[in-house]
Design a protein around this ligand. Structure first.
Ligand code: FES
Length: 511
């Protein structure tokens, strides 16, 4: 164990992946266009779908509200594995053995697809084969793992029961899933983007999809009023940008989690690790300029409902210091993940009424494989090939248990926050706010949010979320306003960073 005083965390959250790889940039859409398929969202699911459909000879246009790979895909820990925490025992219990098997097979096929593509195209994307370990350090966790391992055996997953791991953590038990992988997601997607554009695919960044006009063929309308006439729309925008009466906001919840990348004196032995205990800890390594960085993740909570967000980074920093000698945090970042009612992603037709609009969302923390699965399922559906996974991932499914139970508890949670936020007191008065500080204040007797930037300029917004009226809370780790109800996030100026909200927070004053 290493005792040392706390390090200084990097001032700004910046994911290692974005800093160490450059992507081509693309212009915003400036005119009305026609295309076979319009994909909305430039993360792994949107880019892989675009790549696969262009390979099928379709004319594909991808639009992204911000820049490519800057959402959840750019903020992942980038494990490519079918070991998705404790899941298979639960899937067998809730959905049956056949669907649990399909879930594993779909994710394993995604891993094999990425592995094959990386090899065939000789991609320099820091891809390495690694075993994945799910472990517990206490006796309570052992029985959970025993059930999970039994599920692995029923499904036929190549795995092993273990009582020690290559990484020196005093575990009680663990499950090793063999032959999984990790990579640098931005470098990997840079290859797919290049391949896609070389096949004639078109990309527009800073182009916000606002609505879909439905008729014989859908038209995607951008915030600037440009129209994309198309045969098919794919909403790969994390939270679907278009709901189409699918009520996705009531069937998804948003979780935030935190990551630090640390330098230390130890040699990391390889492997990818995840504890099934609380608080969870995720570990893997990556090599940067000949030095090994350890990527440490954890500290999950519902968006807008955590404590001071810097606390979560500090907890990961403290954990790293206990685990590794002379550990120093080089990067920190956070991620937002969407979770469905039964933990299986929604992939397929937006709803029964919308045969030409597809959605891909709810990957939990496992977007590298689930996002790739989504691309394959949607590609099969658009090209009229049967997909073995269509029924499993169908967004319109609603199973008796756990969907109803979780639907009720999610929506009770929303109601609780909707009411509670209205009665929250101000944190302080506007005059007490320091530079680079944000807080809930009162303006003309009403709840408002204020942030004083580095130049001393005050940005004050109405804290009423533009989605359904809950009150947003300050996130000081990312300098954002986060909604506790369905996870919308806004910049300190009130601009939308993540939906379901599509409209900015009302600006009260900037001075
Ligand atoms: Fe739904 Fe804020 S995200 S009310």
């Amino acid at each position: 164990m290493n005792e040392q005083t706390p390090n200084q965390l990097p001032e700004r959250p910046e994911p290692y992946w974005r800093i160490t790889s450059q992507l081509a940039s693309f212009p915003p859409l400036k005119e009305d266009i026609k295309t076979d398929v319009c994909i909305v969202g430039g993360g792994i699911s949107g880019i892989t779908t675009a790549y696969l459909l262009a390979k099928e000879g379709l004319d594909v246009t991808l639009i992204e509200a911000d820049v490519l790979v800057n959402g959840t895909t750019g903020h992942t820990t980038a494990k490519i594995t079918a070991q998705h925490d404790l899941i298979y025992d639960e899937l067998i219990h809730n959905l049956g053995i056949e669907k649990a098997k399909l879930y594993y097979e779909a994710n394993d096929a995604a891993l094999q697809f990425i592995r094959k593509l990386v090899k065939e195209e000789k991609m320099a994307c820091d891809f390495t084969d690694e075993d994945a370990y799910l472990y517990t350090t206490n006796n309570r966790g052992v029985s959970k793992l025993e059930h999970e391992f039994k599920a692995y055996q029923e499904i036929g997953i190549d795995s092993e029961w273990i009582t020690s791991m290559p990484l020196d953590i005093p575990i009680k038990a663990g499950i090793k899933m063999r032959n999984q992988a990790q990579f640098h997601p931005v470098k990997y997607l840079a290859h797919l983007i290049k391949g896609f554009t070389e096949m004639g695919g078109k990309i527009y960044e800073h182009t916000v999809a606002d609505d879909v006009k439905e008729g014989e063929a859908p038209i995607v309308v951008t915030r600037d009023g440009k129209r994309i006439s198309t045969q098919y729309v794919v909403a790969a925008s994390h939270f679907p940008f278009y709901d189409g009466a699918g009520f996705y906001f009531s069937r998804l919840h948003a979780d935030r989690s935190y990551v630090v990348a640390v330098e230390c004196d130890e040699e990391f032995p390889g492997g990818m690790y995840l504890s099934c205990d609380e608080p969870k800890r995720s570990l893997r390594y990556t090599d940067m300029d000949g030095k090994r960085l350890v990527i440490v993740g954890g500290e999950q909570h519902k968006t807008g409902q955590g404590m001071d967000t810097m606390y979560h980074y500090a907890a990961l920093e403290e954990y790293s210091q206990k685990m590794f000698t002379n550990s120093k945090v080089r990067f920190r970042w956070s991620a937002q993940d969407l979770v469905t009612l039964d933990k299986v992603p929604y992939i397929g037709k937006l709803s029964r009424m919308h045969p030409n609009i597809f959605v891909a969302t709810g990957f939990r923390k496992w977007g590298m494989t689930n996002g790739t699965v989504a691309a394959h399922v949607i590609c099969d559906l658009i090209t009229h090939r049967p997909s073995p996974y269509e029924e499993l991932f169908k967004p319109s499914r609603f199973v008796a248990d756990p969907s109803i139970r979780h639907f009720m508890s999610e929506n009770l949670d929303v109601a609780k926050h909707l009411i509670k936020g209205k009665f929250d007191d101000a944190d302080k008065s506007i005059d007490e706010i320091s530079v680079d500080e944000g807080a809930v204040v009162k303006v003309d007797g009403k709840r408002a949010g204020a942030y004083k930037d580095k130049e001393g300029c005050l940005h004050v917004v109405d804290t009423t979320c533009t989605h359904m009226g809950c009150e947003v809370n300050w996130n000081n780790g990312d300098r954002t306003w986060d909604c506790p109800c369905h996870g919308s996030r806004f910049s300190y100026k009130g601009e939308v960073i993540e939906g379901p909200a599509t409209k900015p927070l009302k600006s009260l004053k900037d001075k």
